[in-house]
Design a protein around this ligand. Structure first.
Ligand code: FES
Length: 194
């Protein structure tokens, strides 16, 4: 294990249920390779941490100016393989963990329920201050999109995987995934061993 990982054991432990350490490392200011560096607030209102994401493709998924409030835009990530259906959404000013944009209300997630893979296309909801994905059509799980997709009701016991985003001007890029996509042993279909 590298010194980089050891230095950030506390942060890594905090998020170990969501992160694949080989592909997502907390940034310490040491020598950076050709990887994406993003700002990440673990939960709304918390100080942001700098994180560096390795191993994933940096994929253009849309423009901030094209997003309509509470209208998900679909894309595939991190590849075109099985269970790669994802969406990005601007949540009408609802600040979110990992959110980008001036209001930190733009987030992206997998559509696949972590319980048994129920497909939740069309299940985004904005109700009052709440922004959720669900209920899953199979067993009614619902996920809070302002808090990294944590489960708030139903049969699932893992958060819905969150796609890490980077904003470059008006362009939105997907740069990584927190959590394991349903039905996969690794998020990336092709081995990314270094
Ligand atoms: S598959 Fe979604 S709750 Fe079971």
């Amino acid at each position: 294990m590298s010194d980089l990982i050891k230095k950030d054991e506390t942060a890594a432990e905090h998020a170990k249920c969501m992160l694949n350490r080989r592909q997502f490392l907390m940034y310490t200011g040491t020598t950076a390779a050709a990887v994406s560096t993003i700002s990440l607030n673990l939960f709304p209102g918390e100080a942001q941490a700098k994180a560096r994401v390795v191993g994933y493709p940096r994929q253009h998924i849309g423009k901030l100016s094209q997003l309509k409030e509470n209208a998900p835009l679909d894309f595939n990530y991190p590849d075109k393989g099985q269970n790669s259906q994802c969406f990005v959404v601007k949540m009408d000013g609802a600040k979110a963990g990992g959110g980008i944009g001036p209001q930190r209300d733009v987030v992206a997630f997998s559509y696949l329920c972590t319980h048994q893979g129920g497909f939740m296309n069309g299940k985004y909801q904005a109700v009052g201050e709440h922004r959720v994905l669900g209920q899953c059509p199979l067993h009614l799980s619902t996920y809070d999109l302002t808090r990294h997709g944590i489960i708030v009701s139903g049969q699932a016991y893992q958060s819905i995987p969150q796609v890490l985003l980077e904003l470059d001007g008006d362009d939105i890029y997907a740069v990584g995934v927190m959590g394991l996509l349903f039905g996969r042993n690794e998020n990336l279909m092709e081995s990314q061993e270094s």
